[in-house]
Design a protein around this ligand. Sequence first.
Ligand SMILES: Nc1nc2c(c(=O)[nH]1)N[C@H]1C(S)=C(S)[C@@H](COP(=O)(O)O)O[C@H]1N2
Ligand SMILES: [Mo]
Length: 546
Amino acid sequence: MTRPAIPATGSGASPPGWWPVLGGVVAGAAALVAGELVATVLVPAGAPVAAVGGAVIDALPASLVNWGKETLGTADKPVLLGIVVLVVLALAGWAGASEVRRDGAGSLVLAGLATVAGVAAAVRAESLVAALPAAVAGVAGVVLLRALTRRLRAGGAGARAPAPRPGAEAVWNVPGLPIAPVVPASGSGPAGAARRSFLVWTSATAALTVIGAVALRAWGAAASVVEQTRALLTLPAPATTESVPAGAELGVDGLSSYRTPNATFYRIDTALRVPVVDADTWTLRITGLVEQEVTVTFAELLAMPLVEHAATLACVSNPVGGDLVGNATWLGLPIRELLARAGPLPGADMVLSTSEDGWTAGTPLEALTDPDREALLAVGMNGEPLPVEHGFPVRMVVPGLYGYVSATKWVRELRVTTFADDQGYWTPLGWAALGPVKTASRIDVPKRGSDVAAGPVVVAGVAWDQHTGIARVEVGIDGEWRDAELAEVTGPDTWRQWRLDWVATSGRHEIAVRATNSDGETQTSDIASPAPDGATGWHTVVLEVS
Ligand SMILES: Nc1nc2c(c(=O)[nH]1)N[C@H]1C(S)=C(S)[C@@H](COP(=O)(O)O)O[C@H]1N2
Ligand SMILES: [Mo]
Protein backbone atom coordinates (compact mmCIF):
# COMPACT_ATOMS: atom_id res chain seq x y z
CA MET A 1 0.00 0.00 0.00
CA THR A 2 1.53 3.26 -1.05
CA ARG A 3 -1.27 5.36 0.31
CA PRO A 4 -4.16 4.54 2.56
CA ALA A 5 -7.31 3.68 0.72
CA ILE A 6 -9.29 6.02 2.86
CA PRO A 7 -7.56 9.20 3.75
CA ALA A 8 -7.78 10.06 7.38
CA THR A 9 -9.88 13.10 7.93
CA GLY A 10 -9.83 15.75 10.52
CA SER A 11 -12.84 14.37 12.28
CA GLY A 12 -10.88 11.21 13.07
CA ALA A 13 -13.85 9.20 11.83
CA SER A 14 -11.89 7.13 9.34
CA PRO A 15 -10.98 3.58 10.11
CA PRO A 16 -7.35 2.72 9.48
CA GLY A 17 -6.42 2.54 5.79
CA TRP A 18 -5.58 -1.14 5.99
CA TRP A 19 -9.11 -2.15 6.95
CA PRO A 20 -10.35 -2.39 3.37
CA VAL A 21 -7.23 -4.38 2.57
CA LEU A 22 -8.05 -6.72 5.46
CA GLY A 23 -11.61 -7.07 4.15
CA GLY A 24 -10.27 -7.95 0.71
CA VAL A 25 -7.81 -10.51 2.04
CA VAL A 26 -10.48 -12.18 4.18
CA ALA A 27 -12.93 -12.26 1.25
CA GLY A 28 -10.18 -13.68 -0.99
CA ALA A 29 -9.19 -16.36 1.52
CA ALA A 30 -12.83 -17.38 2.01
CA ALA A 31 -13.28 -17.60 -1.77
CA LEU A 32 -10.17 -19.77 -2.13
CA VAL A 33 -11.37 -22.15 0.57
CA ALA A 34 -14.85 -22.29 -0.99
CA GLY A 35 -13.39 -23.11 -4.42
CA GLU A 36 -11.09 -25.81 -3.08
CA LEU A 37 -13.95 -27.35 -1.06
CA VAL A 38 -16.16 -27.53 -4.15
CA ALA A 39 -13.27 -29.06 -6.09
CA THR A 40 -12.57 -31.65 -3.42
CA VAL A 41 -16.15 -32.77 -3.16
CA LEU A 42 -17.34 -32.47 -6.76
CA VAL A 43 -14.60 -31.89 -9.34
CA PRO A 44 -11.10 -32.84 -8.17
CA ALA A 45 -9.72 -32.00 -11.61
CA GLY A 46 -10.92 -28.41 -11.15
CA ALA A 47 -8.92 -27.47 -8.03
CA PRO A 48 -8.29 -23.78 -8.80
CA VAL A 49 -4.91 -23.27 -7.09
CA ALA A 50 -3.40 -26.36 -8.69
CA ALA A 51 -4.82 -25.41 -12.08
CA VAL A 52 -3.20 -21.98 -11.91
CA GLY A 53 0.05 -23.53 -10.64
CA GLY A 54 0.04 -25.94 -13.58
CA ALA A 55 -0.60 -23.13 -16.04
CA VAL A 56 2.28 -21.15 -14.50
CA ILE A 57 4.62 -24.12 -14.97
CA ASP A 58 3.49 -24.52 -18.58
CA ALA A 59 4.10 -20.84 -19.22
CA LEU A 60 7.54 -20.71 -17.62
CA PRO A 61 10.62 -21.57 -19.66
CA ALA A 62 11.76 -25.17 -19.04
CA SER A 63 15.14 -23.95 -17.79
CA LEU A 64 13.50 -21.96 -15.00
CA VAL A 65 11.25 -24.89 -14.04
CA ASN A 66 14.25 -27.21 -13.91
CA TRP A 67 16.19 -24.70 -11.86
CA GLY A 68 13.27 -24.58 -9.42
CA LYS A 69 13.17 -28.37 -9.18
CA GLU A 70 16.92 -28.57 -8.58
CA THR A 71 17.07 -25.88 -5.92
CA LEU A 72 13.84 -26.75 -4.12
CA GLY A 73 13.71 -30.52 -4.56
CA THR A 74 10.41 -31.98 -3.40
CA ALA A 75 9.46 -28.60 -1.91
CA ASP A 76 8.95 -27.25 -5.43
CA LYS A 77 5.20 -27.93 -5.52
CA PRO A 78 4.30 -26.52 -2.09
CA VAL A 79 6.45 -23.46 -2.82
CA LEU A 80 4.76 -22.83 -6.16
CA LEU A 81 1.27 -23.35 -4.75
CA GLY A 82 2.16 -21.14 -1.77
CA ILE A 83 3.24 -18.38 -4.15
CA VAL A 84 -0.04 -18.71 -6.08
CA VAL A 85 -2.03 -18.38 -2.83
CA LEU A 86 0.01 -15.38 -1.66
CA VAL A 87 -0.38 -13.61 -4.98
CA VAL A 88 -4.14 -14.24 -4.91
CA LEU A 89 -4.39 -12.89 -1.34
CA ALA A 90 -2.28 -9.84 -2.22
CA LEU A 91 -4.51 -9.10 -5.21
CA ALA A 92 -7.57 -9.63 -3.01
CA GLY A 93 -6.20 -7.07 -0.55
CA TRP A 94 -5.71 -4.64 -3.37
CA ALA A 95 -9.24 -5.46 -4.53
CA GLY A 96 -10.53 -4.52 -1.06
CA ALA A 97 -8.84 -1.13 -1.23
CA SER A 98 -10.08 -0.57 -4.80
CA GLU A 99 -13.64 -1.58 -3.97
CA VAL A 100 -13.86 1.07 -1.25
CA ARG A 101 -12.45 3.71 -3.52
CA ARG A 102 -14.60 2.84 -6.49
CA ASP A 103 -17.70 0.71 -6.34
CA GLY A 104 -17.18 -2.49 -8.35
CA ALA A 105 -13.46 -2.02 -9.07
CA GLY A 106 -12.35 -4.66 -6.57
CA SER A 107 -15.13 -7.01 -7.62
CA LEU A 108 -13.75 -6.82 -11.12
CA VAL A 109 -10.30 -7.85 -9.84
CA LEU A 110 -11.68 -10.91 -8.06
CA ALA A 111 -13.91 -11.87 -10.98
CA GLY A 112 -10.88 -11.59 -13.26
CA LEU A 113 -8.84 -13.86 -10.98
CA ALA A 114 -11.61 -16.45 -10.91
CA THR A 115 -11.89 -16.32 -14.69
CA VAL A 116 -8.17 -16.97 -15.11
CA ALA A 117 -8.37 -19.93 -12.70
CA GLY A 118 -11.52 -21.28 -14.35
CA VAL A 119 -10.05 -21.13 -17.83
CA ALA A 120 -6.81 -22.75 -16.62
CA ALA A 121 -8.76 -25.57 -14.96
CA ALA A 122 -11.09 -26.15 -17.92
CA VAL A 123 -8.21 -26.21 -20.40
CA ARG A 124 -6.17 -28.63 -18.28
CA ALA A 125 -9.06 -31.01 -17.68
CA GLU A 126 -10.46 -30.56 -21.20
CA SER A 127 -13.84 -30.11 -19.57
CA LEU A 128 -15.99 -27.09 -18.83
CA VAL A 129 -17.17 -28.66 -15.55
CA ALA A 130 -13.66 -28.21 -14.17
CA ALA A 131 -14.27 -24.45 -14.17
CA LEU A 132 -17.05 -24.86 -11.58
CA PRO A 133 -14.87 -24.56 -8.43
CA ALA A 134 -13.28 -21.35 -9.75
CA ALA A 135 -16.71 -20.00 -10.64
CA VAL A 136 -17.99 -20.69 -7.12
CA ALA A 137 -14.85 -19.06 -5.70
CA GLY A 138 -15.41 -16.03 -7.91
CA VAL A 139 -19.03 -15.57 -6.87
CA ALA A 140 -18.20 -16.11 -3.18
CA GLY A 141 -15.30 -13.66 -3.42
CA VAL A 142 -17.31 -10.89 -5.05
CA VAL A 143 -20.31 -11.28 -2.73
CA LEU A 144 -18.11 -11.25 0.38
CA LEU A 145 -15.94 -8.41 -0.85
CA ARG A 146 -18.98 -6.26 -1.48
CA ALA A 147 -20.62 -7.21 1.80
CA LEU A 148 -17.52 -6.43 3.84
CA THR A 149 -16.33 -3.26 2.12
CA ARG A 150 -19.86 -1.85 2.02
CA ARG A 151 -19.55 -1.56 5.77
CA LEU A 152 -16.57 0.72 5.36
CA ARG A 153 -18.59 3.15 3.36
CA ALA A 154 -21.16 5.67 4.30
CA GLY A 155 -23.91 5.37 6.81
CA GLY A 156 -23.42 1.89 8.12
CA ALA A 157 -24.31 -1.62 7.12
CA GLY A 158 -26.42 -1.81 4.03
CA ALA A 159 -26.38 1.88 3.26
CA ARG A 160 -25.80 2.67 -0.38
CA ALA A 161 -23.21 5.33 -0.81
CA PRO A 162 -22.23 6.99 -4.04
CA ALA A 163 -18.87 5.76 -5.31
CA PRO A 164 -16.20 8.17 -4.18
CA ARG A 165 -14.07 9.61 -6.89
CA PRO A 166 -10.35 9.44 -6.43
CA GLY A 167 -9.31 12.25 -4.17
CA ALA A 168 -12.81 12.80 -2.88
CA GLU A 169 -13.48 13.30 0.77
CA ALA A 170 -13.78 10.17 2.86
CA VAL A 171 -17.13 8.65 2.09
CA TRP A 172 -18.53 8.85 5.55
CA ASN A 173 -18.01 12.57 5.37
CA VAL A 174 -19.66 13.02 2.01
CA PRO A 175 -21.52 16.30 2.23
CA GLY A 176 -25.22 15.85 2.29
CA LEU A 177 -25.18 12.60 4.18
CA PRO A 178 -26.76 13.21 7.53
CA ILE A 179 -23.88 11.91 9.53
CA ALA A 180 -22.90 13.65 12.64
CA PRO A 181 -19.23 13.82 13.49
CA VAL A 182 -18.46 10.54 15.15
CA VAL A 183 -16.10 9.39 17.76
CA PRO A 184 -13.63 6.90 16.38
CA ALA A 185 -13.51 3.25 17.41
CA SER A 186 -15.83 3.38 20.36
CA GLY A 187 -18.11 5.74 18.53
CA SER A 188 -21.78 5.15 18.80
CA GLY A 189 -22.98 6.94 15.68
CA PRO A 190 -23.99 5.23 12.42
CA ALA A 191 -20.41 5.21 11.11
CA GLY A 192 -19.19 3.67 14.32
CA ALA A 193 -21.89 1.06 14.02
CA ALA A 194 -20.87 0.35 10.44
CA ARG A 195 -17.29 -0.09 11.50
CA ARG A 196 -18.21 -2.44 14.30
CA SER A 197 -20.36 -4.28 11.83
CA PHE A 198 -17.34 -4.51 9.49
CA LEU A 199 -15.21 -5.98 12.25
CA VAL A 200 -17.92 -8.44 13.27
CA TRP A 201 -18.54 -9.62 9.72
CA THR A 202 -14.89 -9.79 8.84
CA SER A 203 -14.11 -11.81 11.96
CA ALA A 204 -17.04 -14.12 11.28
CA THR A 205 -15.93 -14.66 7.69
CA ALA A 206 -12.37 -15.27 8.81
CA ALA A 207 -13.56 -17.79 11.41
CA LEU A 208 -15.66 -19.64 8.83
CA THR A 209 -12.72 -19.63 6.47
CA VAL A 210 -10.50 -21.21 9.09
CA ILE A 211 -13.16 -23.86 9.80
CA GLY A 212 -13.48 -24.51 6.06
CA ALA A 213 -9.73 -24.77 5.71
CA VAL A 214 -9.52 -27.23 8.59
CA ALA A 215 -12.30 -29.32 7.03
CA LEU A 216 -10.51 -29.19 3.70
CA ARG A 217 -7.38 -30.50 5.34
CA ALA A 218 -9.00 -33.14 7.44
CA TRP A 219 -11.23 -34.65 4.84
CA GLY A 220 -10.25 -33.55 1.41
CA ALA A 221 -6.63 -32.56 1.59
CA ALA A 222 -5.45 -35.92 0.39
CA ALA A 223 -7.56 -35.73 -2.74
CA SER A 224 -6.60 -32.21 -3.65
CA VAL A 225 -2.94 -32.87 -2.91
CA VAL A 226 -3.12 -35.76 -5.34
CA GLU A 227 -4.78 -33.53 -7.94
CA GLN A 228 -2.11 -30.94 -7.34
CA THR A 229 0.66 -33.51 -7.62
CA ARG A 230 -0.95 -34.71 -10.84
CA ALA A 231 -1.38 -31.21 -12.21
CA LEU A 232 2.25 -30.38 -11.54
CA LEU A 233 3.65 -33.69 -12.76
CA THR A 234 5.71 -33.60 -15.92
CA LEU A 235 5.97 -37.00 -17.54
CA PRO A 236 9.37 -38.07 -18.85
CA ALA A 237 9.84 -38.26 -22.59
CA PRO A 238 9.19 -41.76 -23.95
CA ALA A 239 12.25 -43.89 -24.77
CA THR A 240 10.37 -45.16 -27.80
CA THR A 241 7.65 -43.14 -29.47
CA GLU A 242 4.81 -44.06 -31.74
CA SER A 243 3.20 -41.66 -34.14
CA VAL A 244 -0.37 -41.85 -35.27
CA PRO A 245 -0.49 -42.08 -39.07
CA ALA A 246 -2.40 -39.27 -40.78
CA GLY A 247 -4.59 -41.89 -42.44
CA ALA A 248 -5.91 -43.09 -39.08
CA GLU A 249 -8.72 -40.54 -39.28
CA LEU A 250 -11.19 -40.88 -42.14
CA GLY A 251 -12.69 -37.51 -41.24
CA VAL A 252 -16.32 -38.53 -41.14
CA ASP A 253 -18.74 -36.44 -39.06
CA GLY A 254 -20.02 -38.41 -36.07
CA LEU A 255 -17.36 -41.13 -36.39
CA SER A 256 -15.43 -41.88 -33.17
CA SER A 257 -12.04 -40.16 -33.30
CA TYR A 258 -9.08 -42.54 -33.56
CA ARG A 259 -7.84 -41.35 -30.19
CA THR A 260 -10.54 -41.02 -27.54
CA PRO A 261 -10.05 -37.84 -25.49
CA ASN A 262 -9.48 -38.51 -21.79
CA ALA A 263 -12.52 -36.43 -20.86
CA THR A 264 -14.88 -38.69 -22.82
CA PHE A 265 -13.09 -42.01 -22.28
CA TYR A 266 -15.52 -44.52 -20.76
CA ARG A 267 -15.06 -45.24 -17.08
CA ILE A 268 -15.84 -48.52 -15.36
CA ASP A 269 -14.89 -49.47 -11.83
CA THR A 270 -16.37 -50.60 -8.55
CA ALA A 271 -15.04 -47.58 -6.62
CA LEU A 272 -17.72 -45.44 -4.97
CA ARG A 273 -15.11 -42.80 -4.25
CA VAL A 274 -12.15 -42.54 -6.55
CA PRO A 275 -9.16 -43.96 -4.64
CA VAL A 276 -6.75 -41.23 -3.63
CA VAL A 277 -3.20 -42.39 -4.19
CA ASP A 278 -0.24 -40.18 -3.39
CA ALA A 279 2.34 -40.65 -6.13
CA ASP A 280 5.15 -39.67 -3.77
CA THR A 281 4.47 -42.57 -1.42
CA TRP A 282 3.13 -45.03 -4.03
CA THR A 283 4.96 -48.30 -4.43
CA LEU A 284 4.30 -51.39 -6.50
CA ARG A 285 5.26 -54.71 -4.97
CA ILE A 286 5.83 -57.86 -6.98
CA THR A 287 5.25 -60.81 -4.72
CA GLY A 288 4.20 -64.47 -4.69
CA LEU A 289 5.89 -67.15 -6.79
CA VAL A 290 9.02 -65.16 -7.54
CA GLU A 291 12.73 -65.62 -6.93
CA GLN A 292 12.84 -62.28 -5.16
CA GLU A 293 10.24 -59.73 -4.23
CA VAL A 294 10.62 -56.42 -6.02
CA THR A 295 9.36 -53.01 -4.92
CA VAL A 296 9.40 -49.91 -7.13
CA THR A 297 8.55 -46.33 -6.27
CA PHE A 298 6.92 -43.86 -8.62
CA ALA A 299 10.19 -41.96 -9.09
CA GLU A 300 11.99 -45.21 -9.95
CA LEU A 301 9.27 -46.11 -12.42
CA LEU A 302 9.55 -42.71 -14.15
CA ALA A 303 13.32 -43.11 -14.34
CA MET A 304 13.04 -46.34 -16.34
CA PRO A 305 12.76 -46.33 -20.14
CA LEU A 306 9.05 -45.79 -20.80
CA VAL A 307 7.38 -46.69 -24.06
CA GLU A 308 4.53 -45.01 -25.84
CA HIS A 309 1.92 -47.40 -27.18
CA ALA A 310 -1.58 -46.95 -28.56
CA ALA A 311 -4.04 -49.58 -27.42
CA THR A 312 -7.80 -49.90 -27.38
CA LEU A 313 -9.39 -50.75 -24.04
CA ALA A 314 -12.73 -52.54 -24.03
CA CYS A 315 -15.09 -53.62 -21.30
CA VAL A 316 -16.45 -57.16 -21.28
CA SER A 317 -19.83 -55.66 -20.36
CA ASN A 318 -19.99 -53.71 -23.60
CA PRO A 319 -23.10 -54.76 -25.52
CA VAL A 320 -22.97 -55.09 -29.31
CA GLY A 321 -22.91 -51.52 -30.61
CA GLY A 322 -22.12 -50.12 -27.15
CA ASP A 323 -19.64 -47.45 -26.14
CA LEU A 324 -17.65 -49.09 -23.32
CA VAL A 325 -14.57 -49.01 -25.50
CA GLY A 326 -11.95 -46.35 -26.21
CA ASN A 327 -8.53 -45.92 -27.74
CA ALA A 328 -5.65 -44.05 -26.13
CA THR A 329 -1.92 -43.61 -26.44
CA TRP A 330 -0.47 -44.92 -23.19
CA LEU A 331 2.93 -44.15 -21.71
CA GLY A 332 4.35 -46.81 -19.46
CA LEU A 333 6.85 -49.47 -18.56
CA PRO A 334 6.44 -52.93 -20.10
CA ILE A 335 5.41 -55.13 -17.18
CA ARG A 336 7.75 -57.89 -18.41
CA GLU A 337 10.72 -55.74 -17.35
CA LEU A 338 9.65 -55.79 -13.71
CA LEU A 339 8.58 -59.43 -13.81
CA ALA A 340 12.03 -60.32 -15.18
CA ARG A 341 13.62 -58.63 -12.16
CA ALA A 342 11.42 -60.64 -9.82
CA GLY A 343 11.91 -63.93 -11.69
CA PRO A 344 8.60 -65.87 -11.79
CA LEU A 345 9.00 -69.45 -10.53
CA PRO A 346 8.07 -72.50 -12.62
CA GLY A 347 4.42 -73.46 -12.23
CA ALA A 348 3.12 -69.89 -12.02
CA ASP A 349 0.56 -69.03 -14.70
CA MET A 350 -1.30 -65.96 -13.40
CA VAL A 351 -0.61 -62.50 -12.06
CA LEU A 352 -3.18 -61.25 -9.58
CA SER A 353 -3.01 -57.47 -9.61
CA THR A 354 -4.47 -55.60 -6.67
CA SER A 355 -5.71 -52.04 -6.66
CA GLU A 356 -5.49 -49.49 -3.86
CA ASP A 357 -9.20 -50.14 -3.27
CA GLY A 358 -8.80 -53.92 -3.02
CA TRP A 359 -10.18 -54.72 -6.49
CA THR A 360 -8.28 -57.49 -8.28
CA ALA A 361 -7.72 -58.85 -11.78
CA GLY A 362 -6.24 -62.20 -12.77
CA THR A 363 -4.09 -61.96 -15.90
CA PRO A 364 -2.34 -64.84 -17.66
CA LEU A 365 1.38 -64.60 -16.82
CA GLU A 366 2.31 -65.27 -20.44
CA ALA A 367 0.41 -62.17 -21.63
CA LEU A 368 2.60 -60.08 -19.32
CA THR A 369 5.96 -61.71 -20.14
CA ASP A 370 5.37 -61.92 -23.92
CA PRO A 371 8.12 -59.83 -25.59
CA ASP A 372 5.75 -59.06 -28.48
CA ARG A 373 2.92 -57.62 -26.40
CA GLU A 374 3.22 -54.17 -24.82
CA ALA A 375 1.50 -54.93 -21.53
CA LEU A 376 2.13 -51.70 -19.68
CA LEU A 377 2.29 -50.24 -16.22
CA ALA A 378 0.91 -46.99 -17.58
CA VAL A 379 1.56 -43.54 -16.09
CA GLY A 380 0.39 -41.46 -19.05
CA MET A 381 -2.77 -41.34 -21.15
CA ASN A 382 -2.88 -39.29 -24.34
CA GLY A 383 0.07 -37.12 -23.35
CA GLU A 384 -0.89 -36.33 -19.77
CA PRO A 385 -0.59 -38.06 -16.42
CA LEU A 386 -3.34 -40.64 -15.94
CA PRO A 387 -6.54 -38.87 -14.90
CA VAL A 388 -7.37 -39.77 -11.28
CA GLU A 389 -10.50 -41.67 -12.34
CA HIS A 390 -8.47 -43.67 -14.87
CA GLY A 391 -6.03 -44.92 -12.26
CA PHE A 392 -3.57 -42.20 -11.20
CA PRO A 393 -0.72 -42.65 -10.63
CA VAL A 394 -0.28 -46.09 -12.23
CA ARG A 395 -2.55 -48.62 -13.93
CA MET A 396 -2.19 -51.69 -16.11
CA VAL A 397 -3.12 -51.88 -19.79
CA VAL A 398 -2.80 -55.20 -21.61
CA PRO A 399 -3.60 -55.22 -25.34
CA GLY A 400 -5.97 -58.02 -26.28
CA LEU A 401 -7.64 -58.63 -22.90
CA TYR A 402 -10.86 -57.16 -21.55
CA GLY A 403 -10.36 -54.62 -18.78
CA TYR A 404 -11.79 -56.82 -16.01
CA VAL A 405 -8.90 -59.32 -16.31
CA SER A 406 -6.07 -56.90 -17.02
CA ALA A 407 -6.53 -53.15 -16.69
CA THR A 408 -6.15 -52.65 -12.91
CA LYS A 409 -6.32 -48.97 -12.02
CA TRP A 410 -4.55 -47.54 -8.94
CA VAL A 411 -2.46 -50.73 -8.98
CA ARG A 412 -0.40 -51.52 -5.85
CA GLU A 413 0.65 -55.15 -6.06
CA LEU A 414 1.33 -57.84 -8.64
CA ARG A 415 1.21 -61.31 -7.11
CA VAL A 416 2.60 -64.07 -9.26
CA THR A 417 0.35 -67.07 -8.63
CA THR A 418 -1.78 -69.69 -10.39
CA PHE A 419 -5.32 -69.80 -11.77
CA ALA A 420 -5.79 -72.88 -9.57
CA ASP A 421 -5.10 -70.89 -6.41
CA ASP A 422 -6.44 -67.41 -7.13
CA GLN A 423 -9.30 -65.53 -8.80
CA GLY A 424 -9.80 -61.96 -9.91
CA TYR A 425 -12.68 -59.85 -8.52
CA TRP A 426 -15.27 -60.69 -11.19
CA THR A 427 -14.64 -64.44 -11.59
CA PRO A 428 -16.56 -65.67 -8.50
CA LEU A 429 -19.37 -63.32 -9.58
CA GLY A 430 -19.98 -65.34 -12.73
CA TRP A 431 -17.52 -63.94 -15.27
CA ALA A 432 -14.94 -66.04 -17.07
CA ALA A 433 -11.47 -66.40 -15.56
CA LEU A 434 -9.95 -65.68 -18.98
CA GLY A 435 -11.06 -62.62 -20.92
CA PRO A 436 -9.48 -62.36 -24.37
CA VAL A 437 -11.31 -59.70 -26.43
CA LYS A 438 -13.65 -60.83 -29.17
CA THR A 439 -13.64 -59.38 -32.68
CA ALA A 440 -16.13 -56.50 -32.72
CA SER A 441 -17.37 -53.74 -34.98
CA ARG A 442 -19.74 -50.83 -34.54
CA ILE A 443 -21.70 -48.49 -36.80
CA ASP A 444 -21.24 -44.88 -35.57
CA VAL A 445 -23.09 -43.14 -38.43
CA PRO A 446 -25.85 -43.00 -39.44
CA LYS A 447 -27.35 -43.38 -35.99
CA ARG A 448 -30.37 -45.57 -35.46
CA GLY A 449 -33.53 -43.60 -36.12
CA SER A 450 -31.70 -40.56 -37.52
CA ASP A 451 -33.18 -38.55 -40.39
CA VAL A 452 -31.55 -39.71 -43.60
CA ALA A 453 -32.55 -38.35 -46.99
CA ALA A 454 -32.32 -40.42 -50.15
CA GLY A 455 -29.00 -39.91 -51.95
CA PRO A 456 -25.35 -40.33 -51.00
CA VAL A 457 -24.86 -41.42 -47.36
CA VAL A 458 -21.63 -42.24 -45.57
CA VAL A 459 -21.80 -45.31 -43.36
CA ALA A 460 -18.87 -45.39 -40.93
CA GLY A 461 -17.68 -46.83 -37.65
CA VAL A 462 -14.88 -48.60 -35.84
CA ALA A 463 -13.81 -52.24 -35.56
CA TRP A 464 -11.42 -53.85 -33.09
CA ASP A 465 -9.70 -57.09 -32.25
CA GLN A 466 -6.81 -55.99 -30.10
CA HIS A 467 -3.51 -57.73 -30.61
CA THR A 468 -4.75 -59.58 -33.69
CA GLY A 469 -5.85 -56.63 -35.79
CA ILE A 470 -8.65 -55.96 -38.23
CA ALA A 471 -8.11 -57.05 -41.85
CA ARG A 472 -11.54 -56.48 -43.37
CA VAL A 473 -14.86 -54.83 -42.59
CA GLU A 474 -18.03 -55.54 -44.54
CA VAL A 475 -21.25 -53.61 -44.48
CA GLY A 476 -24.46 -55.46 -45.22
CA ILE A 477 -27.21 -53.32 -46.65
CA ASP A 478 -30.47 -55.25 -46.65
CA GLY A 479 -28.42 -58.45 -46.67
CA GLU A 480 -26.07 -57.50 -49.49
CA TRP A 481 -22.43 -57.30 -48.28
CA ARG A 482 -19.90 -54.75 -49.50
CA ASP A 483 -16.31 -54.11 -48.45
CA ALA A 484 -15.73 -50.95 -46.44
CA GLU A 485 -12.67 -48.74 -46.81
CA LEU A 486 -10.26 -49.18 -43.86
CA ALA A 487 -8.25 -46.45 -42.15
CA GLU A 488 -4.63 -46.80 -41.11
CA VAL A 489 -3.65 -47.81 -37.57
CA THR A 490 -0.52 -47.70 -35.42
CA GLY A 491 -0.66 -51.48 -35.12
CA PRO A 492 -2.91 -54.44 -34.32
CA ASP A 493 -3.64 -53.24 -30.77
CA THR A 494 -6.03 -50.42 -31.72
CA TRP A 495 -9.42 -50.14 -33.24
CA ARG A 496 -9.69 -49.23 -36.91
CA GLN A 497 -12.01 -46.71 -38.52
CA TRP A 498 -13.95 -47.86 -41.58
CA ARG A 499 -16.36 -46.20 -44.03
CA LEU A 500 -18.62 -47.07 -46.93
CA ASP A 501 -20.26 -44.71 -49.42
CA TRP A 502 -23.81 -45.71 -50.06
CA VAL A 503 -26.51 -44.24 -52.26
CA ALA A 504 -29.62 -44.55 -50.15
CA THR A 505 -33.02 -45.06 -51.70
CA SER A 506 -36.14 -44.08 -49.81
CA GLY A 507 -37.76 -46.68 -47.64
CA ARG A 508 -36.71 -48.89 -44.75
CA HIS A 509 -33.18 -50.28 -44.70
CA GLU A 510 -31.24 -52.55 -42.42
CA ILE A 511 -27.51 -51.87 -42.18
CA ALA A 512 -25.24 -54.42 -40.50
CA VAL A 513 -21.48 -54.61 -40.00
CA ARG A 514 -19.07 -57.51 -39.55
CA ALA A 515 -15.29 -57.52 -39.21
CA THR A 516 -12.71 -60.12 -40.09
CA ASN A 517 -9.50 -60.22 -38.06
CA SER A 518 -5.96 -60.64 -39.31
CA ASP A 519 -6.19 -64.39 -38.65
CA GLY A 520 -9.00 -64.53 -41.22
CA GLU A 521 -11.76 -65.14 -38.68
CA THR A 522 -15.04 -63.30 -39.28
CA GLN A 523 -17.23 -62.12 -36.43
CA THR A 524 -19.99 -64.57 -35.65
CA SER A 525 -23.59 -63.57 -36.16
CA ASP A 526 -24.56 -65.66 -33.10
CA ILE A 527 -26.02 -63.34 -30.51
CA ALA A 528 -24.49 -63.65 -27.04
CA SER A 529 -24.96 -61.32 -24.09
CA PRO A 530 -21.88 -59.85 -22.33
CA ALA A 531 -21.80 -62.38 -19.45
CA PRO A 532 -19.71 -64.42 -18.95
CA ASP A 533 -17.00 -63.56 -21.49
CA GLY A 534 -18.16 -60.84 -23.91
CA ALA A 535 -21.05 -60.13 -26.30
CA THR A 536 -21.21 -61.36 -29.89
CA GLY A 537 -23.42 -60.63 -32.88
CA TRP A 538 -23.45 -58.10 -35.71
CA HIS A 539 -24.27 -54.48 -34.92
CA THR A 540 -27.34 -53.59 -36.95
CA VAL A 541 -29.02 -50.24 -37.54
CA VAL A 542 -32.49 -49.89 -39.01
CA LEU A 543 -33.14 -46.67 -40.96
CA GLU A 544 -36.16 -45.03 -42.50
CA VAL A 545 -34.83 -43.10 -45.53
CA SER A 546 -37.11 -40.33 -46.75
N1 LIG B 1 -9.21 -50.72 -9.42
C1 LIG B 1 -10.03 -51.06 -10.42
N2 LIG B 1 -9.52 -51.18 -11.67
C2 LIG B 1 -10.32 -51.51 -12.71
C3 LIG B 1 -11.70 -51.76 -12.50
C4 LIG B 1 -12.21 -51.63 -11.18
O1 LIG B 1 -13.41 -51.83 -10.91
N3 LIG B 1 -11.35 -51.26 -10.18
N4 LIG B 1 -12.50 -52.08 -13.57
C5 LIG B 1 -11.85 -52.67 -14.73
C6 LIG B 1 -12.73 -52.73 -15.89
S1 LIG B 1 -14.03 -53.81 -15.79
C7 LIG B 1 -12.49 -52.00 -17.02
S2 LIG B 1 -13.41 -52.27 -18.40
C8 LIG B 1 -11.42 -50.98 -17.06
C9 LIG B 1 -11.98 -49.63 -17.46
O2 LIG B 1 -10.97 -48.68 -17.43
P1 LIG B 1 -11.37 -47.14 -17.58
O3 LIG B 1 -12.34 -46.81 -16.50
O4 LIG B 1 -10.10 -46.37 -17.48
O5 LIG B 1 -11.99 -47.00 -18.94
O6 LIG B 1 -10.78 -50.81 -15.80
C10 LIG B 1 -10.54 -52.00 -15.10
N5 LIG B 1 -9.78 -51.64 -13.95
MO1 LIG C 1 -15.02 -53.88 -17.74
